[in-house]
Design a protein around this ligand. Structure first.
Ligand SMILES: Cc1cc2nc3c(=O)[nH]c(=O)nc-3n(C[C@H](O)[C@H](O)[C@H](O)COP(=O)(O)OP(=O)(O)OC[C@H]3O[C@@H](n4cnc5c(N)ncnc54)[C@H](O)[C@@H]3O)c2cc1C
Length: 373
């Protein structure tokens, strides 16, 4: 039997950020990860640290997203202190391009509604007309349809694979363990905590955190937790390396440090299907070239798809089992953006065995209320 203080199930960016935060708080952490064939959003995403446009109808989500984005550079520094490799974070703001007056009006209204949710806070988003956008992107030739953009001051982008790798390295350096290829088969609550069986090994700890992406729903049943999640496919295409064109990331269009341009992602409700399609590539390319006509000459060198981990309202679910205190679950879309929040506030709450205060807005019980209404 392998003993530790806390078992984290899932070594994606959510489980790894939590495990990093717990290891920093001097807990003995074991992270168990699944099979090669598992769905892994953490290796298929767009890498944005993104605030603007998020949280309508749930101000608590707006707040934790802002907090995480504000804390991201410090979080990256904390990681670097442990693993000694800097994370590439660009956070000088981000753009959502508007390709018609209707898109502009819809974006403006959304920004206004989000600002009204936080009357005591200055908005971190502003609308830029075309002339202002051209001044912000002096070397970019925008397509004629671009009427402007929404600019989010807190937005940015990171390299998601570097982040994941950095988190894994940091967990180990802080004395934690990560067992890859150790899919959890079943979990048994005991009088001391929890026993977890991976098929070949048994692990025991006083706490457990389920952060297994889309598999969390099924694993949570053994802890009498109902975590409703569904997949949503996102396809991304990537161009060859180009000279520096875009120094600001955009929602759906960003240039990596290496020069490739990432274009994406689609939103497709196709269940657990991770195929890619030429229709998606065409749809993504069409919009990208309307924004940046120069991309017409760029070669697409890669295309992939990943499955978003979505709750019924699209917002995170953070839960502690009422039947088995000490058993937690964490699932969200935007695991890159929320990495700082997961390593700081969420790890702290798990350490205290209490998801109180800001976490109360994110329990799965909110869906029971919606169902009854
Ligand atoms: C196309 C796309 C674009 C995105 N863009 C962004 C973005 O720009 N910014 C942003 O913030 N977010 C973005 N996201 C969302 C982000 O990628 C996810 O929120 C995040 O990766 C979820 O991480 P996770 O650790 O919960 O899940 P996953 O990455 O899916 O990891 C789950 C892990 O659990 C393991 N596992 C599963 N079952 C078991 C088991 N039984 N036992 C042990 N381990 C198990 C798996 O092996 C896997 O490693 C995007 C997602 C997609 C799909």
């Amino acid at each position: 039997m392998q003993m530790s203080d806390i078992i984290v199930v899932g070594a994606g960016v959510v489980g790894s950020a939590i495990a990093f935060g717990l290891a920093k708080r001097h807990h003995r952490v074991v992270v168990l990860d699944g099979d090669r064939a598992d769905f892994r959003a953490s290796r298929a995403n767009f890498g944005l640290v993104w605030v603007q446009g998020k949280g309508e109808g749930l101000p608590a989500y707006q707040s934790i997203t802002q907090k995480s984005a504000l804390d991201w550079s410090d979080f990256a520094r904390q990681l670097k202190d442990v693993v000694e490799t800097p994370l590439a974070l660009e956070q000088d703001g981000g753009l959502i391009y508007c390709l018609s007056d209707d898109e502009w009006d819809a974006r403006l209204s959304k920004n206004q509604r989000l600002a009204e949710q936080q009357p005591n806070r200055n908005s971190d988003t502003e609308m830029l007309d075309r002339a202002s956008l051209e001044r912000m992107l002096p070397n970019v030739e925008l397509g004629p349809e671009v009427v402007g953009a929404s600019f989010g001051h807190l937005d940015g982008a990171a390299n998601p694979l570097e982040l994941l790798c950095g988190l894994h390295g940091a967990i180990v350096r802080l004395g934690g363990r990560i067992e890859f290829q150790s899919p959890v088969k079943f979990i048994r609550p005991t009088s001391e905590g929890f026993e977890v069986h991976s098929g070949t090994e048994t692990y025991a700890a006083s706490k457990i955190v389920l952060a297994a992406g889309l598999s969390t729903s099924e694993l949570a049943l053994s802890l009498e937790m109902n975590i409703p999640l569904r997949p949503q496919r996102g396809q991304i295409i990537v161009t060859e390396r180009l000279g520096r064109i875009l120094h600001l990331p955009g929602s759906g269009l960003r240039q990596t440090r290496e020069g490739t341009i990432m274009i994406g992602a689609t939103h497709e409700d196709v269940g657990f299907n991770v195929e890619t399609s030429s229709e998606a590539a065409a749809q993504l390319s069409r919009r990208a070239t309307r924004i940046l006509p120069a991309l017409k000459d760029a070669t697409i060198v890669r295309q992939w798809s990943g499955l978003r981990v979505l709750s019924p309202d699209g917002y995170p679910i953070y839960a502690q089992s009422s039947r088995y205190p000490g058993a937690f679950s964490a699932s969200c879309h935007s695991g890159i953006t929320l990495a700082a929040f997961h390593a700081n506030e969420l790890a702290d709450a798990i350490s205290r065995t209490s998801l109180d205060g800001m976490f109360e807005a994110f329990t799965p019980e909110r869906f029971d209320v919606q169902e009854r209404a």
